[in-house]
Design a protein around this ligand. Structure first.
Ligand SMILES: NC(=O)c1ccc[n+]([C@@H]2O[C@H](COP(=O)([O-])OP(=O)(O)OC[C@H]3O[C@@H](n4cnc5c(N)ncnc54)[C@H](OP(=O)(O)O)[C@@H]3O)[C@@H](O)[C@H]2O)c1
Length: 328
């Protein structure tokens, strides 16, 4: 396969690149060279900006079996690519997100669940991420019809994740083990959670491309979803064995000013519970396989120890400070 990736210099893009190279595919990645670490060794790297027609034109002089687009966040990101490369590719895989669904979702949501309505294409990305992604999906599907393939990941975790939503807990539990301190978490009740290892997502994306799939599919994680409390227990058993966890009331954490999700990764606000308990039949039928939570946890730990600079992620340093005010 001759593959072009728009993106490829961070997290998912790098996992996709490694997977493509391991299959012996010929891979070219287009990035501007701003973000580190950048494309993996072994790919053909073209430095350029996807918004600039002059940067895309050299890529439009050849045919591609497939294009994988990891970095389209709003319709304007797609204009030049579809215009210049749309006719030159056998398939176009857009990496979208489960944030395209309207919340609160019905239980066991499928790909047919209602999507967010369109917004001003120049709307603030942080606030309208899901709606803008849904607009990107529409654009790719309208333009490329049965050559369009939309993959909607849920929470992507694993090595090299710059958001550290999962890695924060890995760091915290590892610190507990080193310091002999009991891990703490809030009582999340029956809150479900689904997650996917970035390497399994990469493998799935290339598999569905090989199979010539079309349409939209979400890839969410274990199905049925696991209770978050069980996930924390299993991660603690893996990283901090022998230390009895302390479960504190959710109220206590809220009083300490710790908000679910944005300040306490994996802990979800009530209105998002169904979004992390999706029906994943379509993905499983299409070949989705997920490695164990323990493998993802240990490999994330190895990355955290070896390569990750401490203290990155979304407001997590505040959480560490506020945890102390929760008492034990
Ligand atoms: N993380 C999650 O849990 C999650 C969940 C659901 C969906 N997703 C989706 O998964 C994808 C994540 O992909 P990713 O991890 O590879 O990160 P990404 O942030 O989407 O892609 C970043 C890559 O794209 C390149 N890039 C950005 N703007 C560019 C431009 N104008 N021209 C050329 N290259 C450009 C960047 O390099 P330069 O800056 O150097 O150009 C970098 O290599 C996203 O589409 C996201 O919406 C993520």
């Amino acid at each position: 396969m001759k593959l072009l990736m728009l993106g490829g210099g961070v997290f998912l893009g790098r996992a996709l690149a490694r997977e493509a190279l391991s299959k012996g595919w010929e891979l070219t990645c287009l990035t501007r060279g701003h973000q580190k670490p950048g494309p993996v060794e072994g790919v053909a790297w073209v430095q350029g900006d996807r918004h600039r027609a002059e940067d895309l034109r050299p890529l439009a002089s050849q045919d591609w079996d497939a294009i994988v687009d990891t970095c389209a966040y709003r319709p304007a990101d797609l204009e030049a690519a579809l215009d210049l490369l749309g006719e030159r590719c056998g398939a176009y895989l857009l990496v979208s997100t489960i944030s395209v669904y309207q919340e609160p979702m019905s239980p066991r949501g499928t790909e047919e669940s209602p999507l967010l309505p369109p917004v001003d294409p120049h709307a603030e990305l942080a606030e309208h991420y899901g709606a803008l992604k849904a607009m990107c999906e529409d654009m790719v599907q309208e333009e490329l019809e049965d050559r369009a393939l939309v993959v909607r990941p849920g929470l992507i975790v694993g090595p090299e994740d710059p958001s550290e939503r999962f890695a924060w807990w890995v760091r915290e539990l590892d610190a507990c083990a080193r310091e002999g301190r009991s891990p703490r978490w809030p009582d999340a009740g029956q809150q479900p959670v689904q997650w996917l290892d970035v390497r399994d997502l990469a493998s799935f994306c290339l598999h569905v491309l090989e199979e010539g799939a079309e349409g939209a599919v979400h890839v969410a994680g274990p199905d049925p979803a696991l209770p978050l409390m069980e996930v924390w227990q299993r991660m603690a058993a893996c990283l901090a064995p022998g230390l009895d966890p302390i479960v504190q009331s959710a109220e206590q954490w809220r009083k300490a000013g710790i908000r679910p999700w944005s300040e306490c990764p994996l802990w979800l606000p009530e209105h998002s519970h169904n979004t992390f308990d999706l029906d994943t039949r379509s993905a499983r039928d299409a070949g989705w396989i997920q490695r164990s939570l323990e493998e993802t946890t240990l490999d994330t730990l190895a990355w955290v120890r070896e390569a990750a600079p401490a203290g990155r992620g979304q407001g997590l340093s505040q959480l560490a400070a506020r945890l102390d005010s929760c008492g034990s």
